[in-house]
Design a protein around this ligand. Structure first.
Ligand SMILES: *Cc1c(COP(=O)(O)O)cnc(C)c1O
Length: 395
C-alpha cells in the first residue's frame, strides 16, 4: 500500500536507525556500550512512584482527564515554574498539560505552520523540530549553531524573505545536542527579533534542572515582554527521571497556549490522571534527588573530560544537560568516526550530522551510563587507538 507523501518526506528517526545497527552487532554477541542514550539511567524518584501507587487505586483517576490538565496539576505546575524562575504564570490561561515535550513540539508546529510557511530551526537540533515541520507541510530554515558564536544562532543571517514567511522559531537552552547555555541577553535578542517579524517563539526548556557547578538556567519569561510572543515547553522527563511517564506542560502567551490546547483536544485526551497526581508530588517534593542526580552527571562528566583529554581531545566541562558535543578527529567525517566507534570498539555514539548539517564534524557523547561502563568505553578507545589524532594519517 502507498503511504502518504508526508511520511515519505521525512527521514527515518535517527535513534531508531542507530539502534538497529547496534542491535545487529549485539545479536552477534558483541558487548555494546551505548553512549548515545538521551535519557536518565536512574529510576523515577521514590516519592513520585509512591504517589502513583496511591493514585492508581482511586477510581476517579481511571476516568478521562479534563482537557489541558487537572486543576491540581495546573496549579502545582504553575507554582513550580513561578517559584523556580520568579515569573508569574496564570495556571488557568497560561498553562496547558502535555504528553511530554515531544508531543508539545509537534502539535505546536501543527497549530502554527501551514504549507509554504517556514519554521526557524537550530542546526544541529533535536530532530523532532525538523520532522514535525515537514509533517506539517512547512519548510525548515536552519539557523546554524557555530562554536565561534557559543552555539547560539545569529539572527542577522536569516534572510528577510524567510523571516517574512516564518511562523515559528524554536530555541532550546540548555541545548541538546551541544550542551550550550544561553544568557538573558541572547533571549532578549530572540524576543526582539520574533516581535519584529511576528513569529511565535517556542523555547524548549527540557533541561532546566540538569545544571552544574552553580549554573541556573533561565526561562524565556525572565525577559520582559516575552509573553507577548513566546511559549515555553517543560517536561518532567529529564528533571525527574520520568521519560516513560509522558508528562510535561507548556506555559506562556495565552493565545498560543489556547491554540495548542485546541489542536490537542482534537487529537489526544491528555495525561493519565494518576500520572498527573504523581506529577504534583514531583512539583511539590524536595529538590535533593535532583541534586543527587546532577552530582552523578558531574562525576561522569569529569571522568569523560579526563579520559578524553588523555586521548587528545580539548574538552571544556559542560554546565548543563547530559551531553558532550565533541569534534571528530580531523580527517574523518562524523559518519566514519561513529562507524569506527561501533565496529571497532562496540561503542554507540550518534554522528553529529544526524542532528542537522552543521553537526558534521561532531559526535555526541551522553552521560547516561554508570562511570564503570564509561571507563570501559574509554579503555576500549585507548586499546584500539581511537583518539583525536587517528585521522591524521589520511590528511
Ligand atoms: C528529551 C527532549 C525533549 C522531550 O522529551 P519528552 O520525553 O517528550 O518530554 C524535548 N526537547 C529536547 C531538546 C529533548 O532533549
Amino acid at each position: 500500500m502507498e503511504v502518504a507523501k508526508r511520511l515519505k518526506s521525512i527521514p527515518p528517526y535517527v535513534f531508531a536507525e542507530i539502534g538497529k545497527k547496534a542491535q545487529a552487532l549485539a545479536d552477534t554477541g558483541v558487548d555494546i556500550i551505548n553512549l548515545g542514550i538521551g535519557a536518565p539511567d536512574q529510576p523515577t524518584f521514590r516519592h513520585i512512584v509512591d504517589a502513583m501507587h496511591e493514585a492508581i487505586e482511586k477510581p476517579i483517576n481511571h476516568k478521562y482527564p479534563p482537557f489541558g490538565g487537572t486543576p491540581e496539576f495546573k496549579d502545582a505546575a504553575a507554582k513550580w515554574v513561578n517559584d523556580r524562575f520568579k515569573i508569574s504564570i496564570d495556571p488557568k490561561t497560561e498553562l496547558t498539560s502535555l504528553i511530554g515535550g515531544k508531543e508539545g513540539i509537534h502539535h505546536l508546529i501543527m497549530a502554527y505552520v501551514d504549507q509554504g510557511d517556514y519554521a526557524l530551526i537550530p542546526d544541529p537540533a533535536y530532530p523532532v523540530y525538523q520532522s514535525s515541520t515537514m509533517l506539517a507541510g512547512g519548510t525548515p530554515h536552519f539557523m546554524p549553531l557555530l562554536p565561534e558564536n557559543g552555539f547560539l544562532p545569529d539572527f542577522d543571517q536569516i534572510p528577510e524573505d524567510v523571516a517574512k514567511k516564518a511562523k515559528i522559531m524554536l530555541l532550546n537552552y540548555p541545548n541538546n545536542p551541544t550542551a550550550a547555555v544561553a544568557d538573558l541577553k541572547f533571549f532578549e535578542k530572540a524576543v526582539q527579533y520574533c516581535k519584529k517579524h511576528d513569529i511565535l517563539l517556542c523555547h524548549d526548556l527540557a533541561y532546566s534542572e540538569m545544571t552544574f557547578d552553580g549554573y541556573k538556567a533561565p526561562s524565556i519569561f525572565n525577559v520582559k515582554g516575552a509573553k507577548d510572543i513566546a511559549i515555553e515547553l517543560h517536561t518532567l522527563s529529564k528533571s525527574f527521571n520520568m521519560t516513560g511517564w509522558r508528562v510535561g506542560f507548556a506555559i506562556g502567551n495565552a493565545e498560543a497556549v489556547a491554540n495548542l490546547a485546541k489542536i490537542k483536544s482534537n487529537i489526544d485526551t491528555d495525561v493519565f490522571r494518576a500520572i498527573q497526581v504523581a506529577s504534583v508530588a514531583a512539583f511539590e517534593g524536595p529538590r535533593d534527588q535532583i541534586e543527587h542526580c546532577n552530582n552523578l552527571y558531574i562525576q561522569r562528566r569529569d571522568l569523560a573530560v579526563k579520559r578524553l583529554t588523555e586521548l587528545g581531545w580539548k574538552v571544556e566541562p559542560i554546565k548543563a544537560t547530559f551531553y558532550m558535543w565533541l569534534p571528530v578527529p580531523p580527517g574523518m567525517t562524523s559518519e566514519e568516526f561513529s562507524n569506527q566507534m561501533l565496529n571497532v570498539a562496540g561503542i554507540v555514539v550518534p554522528p553529529g550530522n544526524a542532528y542537522g548539517p552543521s553537526g558534521e564534524g561532531y559526535f555526541r557523547l551522553s552521560l547516561c551510563l554508570g562511570a564503570d561502563r564509561m571507563a570501559e568505553a574509554f579503555d576500549r578507545m585507548a586499546k584500539h587507538s581511537i583518539n583525536f589524532e587517528m585521522g591524521k594519517a589520511k590528511i
